[in-house]
Design a protein. Structure first.
Length: 353
């Protein structure tokens, strides 16, 4: 397989599954964590390695290391593997998704931004999402008439903070997630609820339905549930462990225990909360976003710029959502007809911010 983002949380768990099931790893693509990448190379012995830039390439213990965006796309096209795991973070993951489609390969997708930015241009017929919420929805679907899809949110690190302190929360507070440890961007997106906004749009493209909502479930053990037209509801319940959706994405069928079962006798409580727009102002555009998913390029590009500014202490935490909402208002009614439109809007927004 080809693994894009091998040193991140999803990439590491993908390699755990590869190790457990003796799956061949043909290509590793990583960013700046050269120490971990060198360990992965030594263990999995890939045929190809690609990193982010020339400086990092010089630190890799591998002959003929490639680097840069074009090298990633070439690695996908030239690989013999029929499976590409896209665990890259941010808009950098979009072109590899499109290249995987173009090559007719199976795509195990953890890069949310691909569908958020360009869902109408992505062929989902050979796509399997690596996401606990969408995996849960897929797991529950059984050709019964659906009324509504529901996904859950953790609420992020600031879910219990007093409202008056939210706007000035510091980076270390935002990254202190109560339920799991993942990368910086997804943890910040969890605190703003942008992550769940993205997952709603992913569900729209993956399951071709507009009636999608989310609710906070504080333990992160219920990942999604489906309301059927007959009045019944089914839920997918499992410990938050990405090895489960990754296993199904890579293997198609799993007949052994990947994660331990939840002991309900030891589960003290399940607590659900409405996503309050006072705490998560970005959630107020959820319905508008579902109606016009072309706003994805605006929301994602603005979000990535705002996060960088927040991390660099140029803006406060509260200004992340403010910047996004202002740009959504500016670009209301946007219509994307081609990939070139996406690149043009991205450039325009980056110039303006």
């Amino acid at each position: 397989m080809v693994i894009l983002g091998s040193t991140g949380s999803i990439g590491v768990n993908t390699l755990n599954i590869a190790r457990e099931f003796s799956l061949e790893v043909e290509t590793l693509v990583a960013g700046n964590n050269y120490n971990l990448l060198n360990k992965q190379i030594k263990e999995f012995k890939p045929k190809n390695v690609v990193v982010s830039n020339k400086e990092i390439a010089q630190k890799i213990d591998f002959k003929n290391v490639k680097y840069g965006e074009s090298a990633i796309l070439d690695a996908i096209e030239e690989s013999e593997s029929e499976v590409v795991v896209n665990a890259l973070v941010g808009e950098v993951g979009l072109k590899p998704t499109l290249k995987t489609n173009e090559c007719g390969k199976k795509l195990a997708l953890a890069n949310k931004e691909s569908l958020v930015i360009a869902g109408k241009f992505v062929d989902t017929s050979k796509l399997t999402p690596i996401d606990s919420e969408h995996f849960g929805l897929w797991y529950l679907l059984n050709d019964r008439p659906i009324k509504k899809l529901n996904i859950t949110a953790s609420g992020g690190a600031l879910r219990d903070y007093p409202l008056e302190t939210l706007k000035t929360a510091k980076l270390d507070e935002v990254l202190n997630h109560p339920n799991w440890s993942m990368g910086m961007k997804i943890t910040i997106d969890s605190a703003t609820m942008v992550n769940k906004l993205f997952e709603v749009i992913e569900a729209k493209w993956l399951f071709d339905i507009d009636n999608i909502d989310a609710v906070i479930e504080t333990s992160s053990t219920i990942h999604s549930f489906i309301d059927f037209v007959d009045g019944s509801t089914t839920a997918h319940i499992a410990y938050p462990d990405m090895r489960l959706p990754i296993s199904f994405a890579l293997l198609g069928k799993v007949e052994k225990e990947i994660v331990s079962h939840i002991d309900f006798n030891k589960l003290s409580k399940l607590e659900f909360r409405e996503i309050d727009t006072n705490r998560y102002p970005i959630w107020q555009i959820k319905d508008e976003f579902i109606k016009n998913p072309d706003l994805g390029v605006v929301i994602n590009t603005t979000n990535e710029i705002a996060i960088n500014k927040f991390v660099n202490k140029e803006i406060s935490f509260g200004q992340i959502s403010k910047m996004i909402l202002e740009n959504v208002d500016k670009y209301q009614g946007i219509k994307i007809d081609s990939l070139d439109d996406i690149w043009d809007i991205q450039k325009e927004i980056k110039r303006g911010l």
